[in-house]
Design a protein around this ligand. Structure first.
Ligand code: NZQ
Ligand code: ZN
Length: 390
């Protein structure tokens, strides 16, 4: 196991009706003027926004609001949010929605403490060190942004999707009411489940040895997702299954299952080019890319793939041919994704073979660059993975 420091300061308030506590929570963390930031209207239709406003009013906390965050949130909304917050003297941002609203809130929060262009944090020109405090009321179990120090934004100029990360971006509090996710369409639920599993796999596939504790934590989250996801696809109102998935989504990405080990993250990078260009759901893109990536890199450590095949996918170890077992595990993952309604190839995602050169170019490795923690990929490898996903 490698040395690590782990900082996860978020207060999680979990369960039924917990959104009614967000006024008190904002006060607890020092907010005196709030921006409520939300998406395309699901929180309006469900009545959640009204309950959040009531809670803030009852706590005596004034607020302004900015809705309209799109999935794969765009830079334009971030600039709008920064301007509004400066005008309104906002000192706390409350995201109400999914990863997109939360990530947009985090981008605004960083931008408010920075004199330059907030996009500098996403190009690597600046590192996030300071941000206005952010709280969240989560409505979809997926991105894990409610506990992570990350934010992913797409710049309208070229549809380039990039991430920024820093502990200052970790939310002060996150309200997790599983009941709020019951209005999700099955497709969005499945996209979220795929993303959660992908966050675990990005950490599971590592070159670091002697990481049994985090291996077993990863396996537990994957097994829970395999058990609970079909329940909510069948019955969207299954509160207990929703609750398990919601907590899995947080655990999968606040890094508790990933400390002390090298992580990969190539599937995420390769996927982000797809959701940036085609505006598809991030989880759907991962459903297409991650099994292709696994197939491409399996020879790097056949036994690690065989291990997850046996421990998570219930495959029988073939000691005379471990690669057979490894490939069975990848096939089991693929058929699980298909069973919950995820796309399995470029065509089902709405992606085009003719765009592959553009995707590889915007991925940005150039002629000689390499990226990734488990297997270092070149531009040619990235291209091969896109082709495997056709
Ligand atoms: O916009 P509204 O109307 O709210 O509708 C949303 C949106 O259309 C809808 N939705 C959310 N909760 C709902 C609901 N519909 C009905 N009932 C509910 N309770 O679902 C759609 C997707 O919402 P979105 O916020 O985009 O989903 P998600 O949480 O999957 O976030 C995806 C974004 O997060 C990024 C992704 O790349 C993508 O841009 N990620 C962020 C990460 C992070 N910050 O740590 C890590 C991830 O790997 C990921 O990259
Ligand atoms: Zn993800």
């Amino acid at each position: 196991m490698d040395n690590f420091s782990f900082y996860s300061p978020t207060k999680f308030v979990f369960g039924k009706d917990t959104e009614n506590k967000c006024g008190e929570l904002v006060k607890e963390f020092g907010g005196s003027k709030v921006l409520i930031h939300y998406g395309g209207g699901s929180v309006v239709r469900s009545g959640l926004l009204d309950r959040v406003k009531k809670s803030l009013s009852e706590a005596g906390v004034p607020f302004c609001e900015l809705g309209g965050v799109t999935p794969n949130p765009r830079s334009g909304k971030v600039y709008e949010g920064i301007d509004l917050c400066r005008k309104e003297n906002v000192d706390f941002i409350l995201a109400v929605g999914g990863g997109s609203s939360i990530d947009s809130a985090k981008a605004i929060a960083m931008g408010l403490c920075y004199d330059g262009d907030f996009w500098d944090f996403y190009t690597g020109k600046a590192r996030p060190k300071k941000a206005v405090p952010v709280g969240t009321v989560l409505t979809i179990a997926a991105a894990g942004s409610e506990g992570s120090g990350d934010s992913v934004i797409t710049h309208e100029n070229g549809n380039i999707k990039r991430g920024a990360g820093g502990d200052c971006l970790r939310p002060k509090f996150s309200v997790l009411n599983p009941g709020l996710t019951q209005t999700l369409p099955a497709y969005q639920t499945a996209c979220g489940a795929t993303d959660i599993m992908a966050h675990v796999f990005e950490r599971y596939f590592t070159n670091t040895t002697d990481v049994q504790t985090t291996d077993r934590l990863c396996e537990a989250v994957l097994l829970s997702m395999i058990e609970e996801t079909p329940k909510v696809i069948k019955d969207p109102n299954d509160y207990q299954a929703r609750a398990n998935i919601m907590w899995a989504g947080m655990v999968a990405h606040n890094n508790i299952v990933g400390v002390g080990r090298e992580q990969d993250w190539n599937s995420h990078g390769i996927e982000h080019e797809l959701s940036g260009l085609y505006d598809c759901a991030h989880g759907a893109g991962l459903a297409v890319i991650m099994p292709a990536w696994m197939t491409y890199v399996v020879d790097h450590n056949v036994m690690r793939f065989a291990q997850v095949a046996c421990r998570v996918w219930n495959c029988k170890m073939d000691f005379s041919d471990p690669k057979k077992t490894a490939l069975e595990g990848i096939a089991a993952f693929r058929s699980f994704l298909k069973s919950i309604g995820m796309p399995t190839n470029f065509a089902e995602l709405g992606a085009k073979e003719s765009d592959i050169p553009y995707l590889v170019k915007t991925f940005g490795l150039g002629e000689t660059g390499k990226t990734g923690g488990f297997v270092k990929l070149t531009s040619k490898d990235v291209e091969n993975i896109y082709r495997l996903a056709l």
